[in-house]
Design a protein around this ligand. Sequence first.
Ligand code: 2B7
Length: 647
Amino acid sequence: MAENVAKSSYTAADIDLLEGLAGVRKRPAMYIGSTNLTGVHHLVWEIVDNAVDEALSGYGNTIKITIYKDGSLGVEDEGRGIPVDIHRQTGMPAVQLIFTTLHSGGKFSNKAYTSSAGLHGVGSAVTNALSEYCDVTVYKAGQIHHIRFEDGGKLVTPLEVLGNTKKKGTTVRFKPDSRIFSTVDFKYDIIANHIQESAFLLKGVKFVLSDERSGEKVEFCYNDGIKEYIGSLEQNKKTLGDIIAFEGVEDSISLDIALQYAYEDYGENIYSYANNVRTRDGGTHEQGFRQGLTKAVNDYAEENGLLRNKQKLDGSDIREGLTAIISLKIPEEKLEYEGQTKQKLGTPEALPILSNFIYNNFSYYLAEHKEFAVNLIKKCQDSMTARVAARKARDEARSKKTVKQDIVLSDKLTPAASKDYDKNELFIVEGDSAGGTAKKSRDRMHQAILPLRGKPLNTFGLGLDKVLKNEECATLINTIGCGVLENCNPDNSHYGKIIFMTDADTDGAHIQTLLITFFYNFMRPLILKGKVFVAMPPLYRASREIKGKEVYKYAWDDEGLADAKKELGGSPRVNRYKGLGEMNDDQLKESTMDPKTRQLLKVTIEDSVLAEQRLITLMGNDPAQRRDWIEENINFNEVDSFIDEVK
Ligand code: 2B7
């Protein structure tokens, strides 16, 4: 190997290269992306990649990774051993050159493609430069060779022979430099996940990970490669058909693809790789894959008379419930990325190659597997039906919204006169009769009233299409006007406060929780922004005539009533309100609606996980559990854990 590097003289450029390690320490992020946890693990991937390359070249099959108690990590392969012979131009052993100079890797390696982060073989030197120490042991030609570097790659033990051996291979053990990295703790889970992914992609290579800090140990070896990867992703899913896999080489790009469909999985999960590195942002290979798949399914459906009204399936219908792994090996000179992050493949040839490859192979597969093909097309058509229905519902909601506000809004809405959205308040009122009273009680300028007829829809677990079909919910969404789900922008709300006003009884409490669920699931930013409230109608009104004039006090609970009685003196008359409807408009105004005299509870989500759990208990499918929860937890006069008291 070293002999290949023939150069007439030793140039200034070579001296620069030799001083390269200091440069790596000066700008570590340039080489490994960052100096945090990700960066520390990057050092591991660099060394593991070299071991992997040796295994892929056909030398050795097992790679051992050990995390030691002193914070170091060792990688061991069973390859040919890094060359230890003397490099003529420098007089240095090749192994020393590899660990101390940038660009030596390119000279030493004759790989068809780069793997990992594309450090072009300088990974060993970069890792050495950023380590407190780095020990390299080479088992080769019957001898054990050892060399040690410390403090960013300084040679402390020149290459030595420690003894004889029958073993072959290389071990590299290094400890990341705590002066470079913000954290130097190796994470077992991060390493285990990474090497498992590698093991799936590198069929047959065995990885053994042990952590001497905890005693944990795991082995990964997949003789069926990405087929087993699919299997692990599709666990516990009701699948449609077998795992389908295609392999091939086109135009010196090697292709390895596996896929499977699942029912009741509405997403598409495509994991693509170029040279064993994940391309998270997709790129030309994914584009080609999608194109080919769509055409194969549509052509098959058309040729077999399976299209409904000759209507072609959309790509998204065909990918619903699909899990696919696309793994490409692309020669160095053809490898291109788009954007800064190297997460999106740019190689133009990959598009037509993938498109044709998938089209041909999948068409053939469908022709050979009639039952699967028919079931798949049925499934795609179900997706299409759902998609068309959802779009129709969305369009309807949108077209209503684009018409002038006052017309749009449900005829049930009594709007506020002001267009000062921040000051406006929307009262969502239980029942038409209370709605009537509220209309008379309101401040016409800033308060709008929307009466609800009966119980609102239980939206727990429902998708947007179902919710939009419900008139009440659609009206709420349109009236508030700030969008839903990921499009919900609380700053666009037509109301600064949205206030639920229900009776002070169990039904009222149930309506509140249904409304909270709806807002929590579809317009959560409104809750997070503190725009959602619960009105607090009083339970009692105590009054007494003093000198021909009625004096009165409202009370929200028994304690408050006792206080009110004391304050009024004598034996006042006590009214107990069974509902909003029992109040006249003046009473409703001053006790519940007028900002100067009312009490409001703000709906907050202190701990949204807890809130969600409660909503699940409350809104889930078990009515008995739901009733128990309401009875135990919802008392109109109690401050619930996800409701805060405000004025
Ligand atoms: C591009 C450089 C880094 N290299 C070789 C030969 C074997 C070999 C290596 C390695 C990491 C942890 C254990 C080739 C390649 C240098 O040239 S690197 N094995 N293992 C490794 O780094 N493992 C090699 C041709 C003939 N003999 C040996």
